[in-house]
Design a protein around this ligand. Structure first.
Ligand SMILES: Nc1ncnc2c1ncn2[C@@H]1O[C@H](COP(=O)(O)OP(=O)(O)OP(=O)(O)O)[C@@H](O)[C@H]1O
Ligand SMILES: CC(C)(CO)[C@@H](O)C(=O)[O-]
Ligand code: BAL
Length: 279
């Protein structure tokens, strides 16, 4: 039975009892509308902790675009059924007033790693993520927290956060789960039209093709330019970025002299897709 908890006070009591019995608590922070990507994190948490909390909170503070917040998919009953099936112990689903009560005045802001890529295109986004993750770590008191590599920059940001603020939680990165056709699973995919859903897997395919050409020795910028043209040809809209960055620190990379990742964000109609792969 998955217990639904909505207040930090009730959650604290529950977690304190677990900890008194020596249990290791794992948390999976999400914004709900759960899919197999989220469930893979819950499974990893199940394997690597004694008790599992999945949080579902659509965090207004990290949405730079009000329309995106309004249209963000929500289905708590379905989420709960999926979490029951995974044997998750607690669904923590606080309301906005529980997380940001009257008088709330703190922002956790990280420099450097938050500035390029998502940070450049979603101003304030990572302040919202860092602030809510600090809150969620405080509220859940978890010893391990599981994040998807699909949000590669977010994973780096959260690692920086817990190191910088000595938050006693170990961050575990988990691989991106994809549909059979290669599209990275994402809650926002349900908003794609049928026509756009058919185009969407081309993103991963084009990125993999570009990565292969870079590994074969083609200069990265040439491979990325060809990839941008192929994406436009396939029917994608604006490309926010398609770049090669160092795995650690996300510094711009022109070649493979150190471990690099290819990261992309682009539009299909009014849906923004992100993805990243190892090169
Ligand atoms: N396809 C996936 N594979 C692995 N982890 C994922 C995947 N999609 C999301 N996650 C992870 O799940 C956690 C919660 O993400 P979130 O609720 O934002 O889901 P989402 O599907 O990424 O939604 P969206 O991108 O539309 O906001 C994050 O750590 C995220 O990286
Ligand atoms: C980590 C997170 C749950 C914080 O709101 C969110 O950014 C997400 O779903 O990736
Ligand atoms: N990238 C994680 C959630 C969001 O898009 O706001």
């Amino acid at each position: 039975m998955t217990q639904v908890i909505r207040t930090a006070a009730e959650l604290r009591e529950k977690v304190a009892a677990w900890k008194r019995s020596g249990m290791l608590v794992g948390v999976v922070p999400t914004m709900g509308a759960l899919h197999d990507g989220h469930l893979s994190l819950a499974r990893a948490a199940r394997e690597q902790s004694d008790r599992v909390i999945v949080t579902v909170f659509v965090n207004p503070m990290q949405f730079n675009n009000p329309a995106d917040l309004e249209k963000y998919p929500r289905d708590e009953a379905h989420d709960l059924a999926l979490l029951e099936a995974e044997g998750v112990d607690v669904l923590f689903a606080p309301g906005v007033d529980e997380v940001y009560p009257d008088g709330f005045a703190t922002t956790v802001s990280i420099t450097g790693i938050t500035e390029p890529l998502e940070g450049a295109f979603r101003p304030g986004h990572f302040d919202g993520v860092a602030t809510v993750c600090s809150k969620l770590f405080g509220m859940t008191q978890a010893g391990r927290a599981f994040f998807g590599e699909k949000d590669w920059q977010q994973l780096q940001v959260v690692q920086r956060l817990v190191r910088d603020l000595n938050i006693p939680v170990r961050i575990i990165g988990c691989p991106t789960i994809r549909e059979a056709d290669g599209l990275a699973m994402s809650s926002r995919n349900v908003r794609l039209s049928d026509a756009h859903r058919a185009i969407a897997p081309r993103l991963h395919e084009v990125m993999q093709g570009a990565a292969a050409r870079i590994r074969e020795g083609l200069p990265a910028e040439a491979a990325l330019n060809d990839a941008r043209a192929a994406l436009a040809e396939a029917g994608f809209g604006a490309i926010d970025y398609l770049e090669l960055r160092t795995v650690e620190g996300l510094r711009p990379a022109a070649d493979l002299s150190e471990p690099v990742r290819m990261l992309a964000a682009l539009w299909l109609g009014d849906v923004r897709l992100i993805d990243n792969i190892a090169v």
